[in-house]
Ligand binder design. Structure first.
Ligand SMILES: O=C(O)CCC(=O)C(=O)O
Ligand SMILES: [Fe+2]
Length: 313
């Protein structure tokens, strides 16, 4: 295995300066983003629009959730094939995660909250909803930039945004006991369209194009933006899904959080990114929720590339 080195994932400044739609800075930032996605499947974003109050209440809400009993955390919250809760896995015993489907809707946040806290928990419900609403803006910026970087018509990204579902996730890792491995999550890529993560405590690492692993920093204004398998389908294999892993190196529990997006309708590789010579059509029409159901089957666990097995041509 390659060792960790000083190679870095690109850091892209998405604070005000570069965000005037159509400005020179916007256009050059789009090109940097496209290269980062095509090379490494992702990048670090400097983004200061998530309010520090929202950020702090989100982390305290997540903490409240993980303090519930295992039986409560394991309650089913959605019919969608996403994890409401994941944890207690013998191979990765430090890891726990929560998932809230459609967090932009206060009603769906309330529904989730009432299942976990029948007596109510306004702090949790409000924090998740506010956090999702603030962080989804970053997701929209990234998607607008990807479309612009390939010179696609603006209205096409609006169509994509209208057929996107979101899930907010929170992660907690306890510290390893003596003799226990410090692996938090083994190397993998996500099944999402795009995953955006923030970490309160370091531990996240990303695999670069050259095979080196790069450590991601922890700061309220630093977000790891990663392509999931669906972005590989959309881009007709131009953008690889970003490989990442987690180690627990510190003496304190690790918390992280973020927003993941999924295609709510059947999605095909973007037609402009398909050509006869260099980029022939690589994927059949893709049902994202069908893929999520397939993702954890025995068949999927065995294959080299789950996305190719599911819908590759
Ligand atoms: O803990 C994190 O920050 C990321 C966890 C992760 O990559 C996953 O559960 O898919
Ligand atoms: Fe992941």
């Amino acid at each position: 295995m390659k060792s960790k080195t000083q190679s870095q994932l690109p850091l892209i400044d998405l604070t005000d300066e570069n965000l005037k739609l159509g400005s020179n800075n916007w256009l050059s930032t789009c090109q940097v983003m496209r290269s980062a996605f095509e090379d490494h499947g992702g990048f670090m974003a400097l983004y200061d629009k998530v309010d520090s109050k929202t950020n702090n209440s989100m982390y305290s809400a997540i903490q409240q959730f993980f303090d519930l009993s295992i039986e409560t955390k394991q309650r089913k919250t959605t019919e969608k094939p996403i994890f409401s809760y994941s944890g207690q896995h013998p191979q990765i015993p430090l890891f726990e995660s929560l998932g809230i489907w459609n967090p932009l809707s206060i009603d769906d946040c309330q529904k989730y909250t009432n299942i976990m806290w029948p007596q109510g928990n306004d702090h949790f419900c409000g924090s998740v909803n506010s956090y999702a609403k603030e962080l989804v803006e970053l997701d929209h910026i990234v998607k607008r930039m990807i479309f612009d970087s390939y010179g696609l018509e603006r209205k096409k990204v609006e169509t994509l945004l209208e057929s996107t579902d979101y899930v907010v996730r929170g992660f907690k890792y306890r510290t390893p006991q003596v003799g226990e491995s410090n692996l938090g999550v083994a190397p993998h890529a996500d099944a999402s369209f795009i995953t955006i993560l923030n970490q309160k405590v370091e531990g996240l690492e990303v695999k670069l194009k050259n095979g080196d692993w790069c450590e991601v920093g922890a700061s309220p204004s630093l977000f790891l933006v990663m392509a999931g398998d669906a972005l590989t389908v959309w881009s007709n294999d131009r953008i690889p899904a970003c490989a990442h892993r987690v180690f627990i190196n510190s003496k304190i529990e690790r918390y992280s959080t973020g927003i993941l997006s999924y295609a709510s309708k059947i999605m095909e590789p973007q037609e402009e990114l398909v050509d006869e010579e260099e980029h022939p059509l690589r994927y059949k029409p893709f049902d994202h929720y069908g893929y999520l159901r397939f993702f954890l089957t025995e068949e999927a666990l065995k294959c080299d590339s789950r996305i190719k097995t599911y819908c590759g041509i």
